[in-house]
Design a binder for this molecule. Structure first.
Ligand code: BTN
Length: 328
């Protein structure tokens, strides 16, 4: 969103005028040095962004409610990160935040850029699946120029899943858990997923884009047709009320930076240890589907690269991808 399109100036005028009651369209037009119809457009836009603005015939407008949407000018307030979200690209609709993020990820100054959309028309999931992304979810992608060794890149989705899990736990008190490889679950149902796209050469990773899809304030019934084994849920369905996507997104970005820096600084063990602590699948019977074949066994441990060690009848198998079904 170009800077001149951002509504902060008009918003802060409306906010300060609303403190003492209604303000007329005429007064707003005069103070903002714009036309009456431009005032109307600004009001309409702010309402679309989730602000509550009451209007009273003969009195004018009054801002009575702040937004819960992860709009960049609110998200940036108190974000406190050093690079994640240093630039935020926000769109009301996109084909996929992942595609837009990938198209800018080659730029040298894009490290930490976050792309957010209110809805996606062609959201992408893992294993070339569609990711239904109606309004109300948190659909975002983060560009990274990782300074970690290429061998550790497979850990980036673990970092992201951990960040989402912790953000949900902290802001909603729901008992969010992790399921290999990168799913976040609540009550045994999938609430969020992670997608990693990278551009790499033999010895070096040029850039990585982490996509996060979090079913925040969506009805699970609107997203059930995703071709997954897991049952799907949303934060709203679990809480039985809506949550602030703004607060949840801010926390998620803060935690993403925190865990990314931890991976950079301390390497894999700390991240994997924390991941294991938040997962309840190790030690359980699982079946893994890889194309036509299904492997049954016990989910024994995570290897240093994040791959899953399964103890089958007489052998140990390492799984690097696939869909896993856990028997609780
Ligand atoms: C999964 O299959 O579990 C991963 C889903 C990832 C979806 C997110 S939504 C934001 C970003 N943009 C996309 O097109 N996909 C990812």
């Amino acid at each position: 969103m170009p800077l001149q399109d951002r509504p902060e100036q008009f918003l802060s005028l409306l906010r300060s005028e609303s403190a003492s009651g209604y303000v007329s369209g005429q007064a707003l037009a005069k103070k903002a040095a714009i036309s009456r119809s431009a005032v109307w457009k600004q009001i309409t836009r702010l309402r679309r962004y989730g602000y509550t603005i009451e209007s009273l015939h003969g009195a004018g407008y009054r801002l009575t409610g702040e937004t819960d949407s992860p709009v960049p000018w609110e998200l940036e307030k108190a974000l406190g990160t050093s690079f994640v979200g240093s630039k935020i690209v926000y769109r009301e609709a996109l084909d996929s935040t992942q595609n837009l993020a990938m198209s800018i990820a080659g730029k040298p100054d894009s490290h930490g850029t976050v792309v957010i959309a209110e809805q996606q028309k062609s959201g992408r999931g893992r294993i070339k699946r569609k990711w239904l992304s109606p309004k109300g979810g948190i659909w975002l992608s983060v560009v990274l120029h990782p300074s970690i060794p290429p061998a550790r890149i497979t850990l980036l989705p673990f970092v992201a899943a951990l960040a989402v899990c912790e953000a949900i736990r902290e802001s909603t008190k729901l008992d969010a858990r992790l399921k290999w490889p990168n799913d976040v679950m609540v009550s045994g149902k999938k609430v969020a997923g992670i997608l990693l796209d990278i551009s790499a050469e033999a010895e070096q990773v040029n850039y990585a884009v982490i996509g996060i899809g979090l079913n925040a304030n969506v009805d699970s019934s609107a997203i059930v047709s995703r071709l997954e084994n897991d049952k799907i849920t949303s934060v709203k369905d679990e809480l039985e009320h809506e949550t602030s996507r703004l607060v949840l997104t801010r926390l998620l970005l803060q935690k993403l930076e925190q865990y990314y820096l931890k991976l950079e600084r301390d390497g894999a063990p700390g991240i994997l240890q924390k991941w294991k602590q938040r997962s309840d699948m190790l030690g359980r019977k699982v079946s893994v589907t890889q194309g036509d074949r299904t492997i049954h066994g016990i989910a024994a441990d995570l290897n240093d690269d994040g791959s899953l060690l399964i103890k089958a009848e007489d052998k140990e198998i390492t799984i690097t991808s696939g869909d896993i079904h856990v028997r609780y």
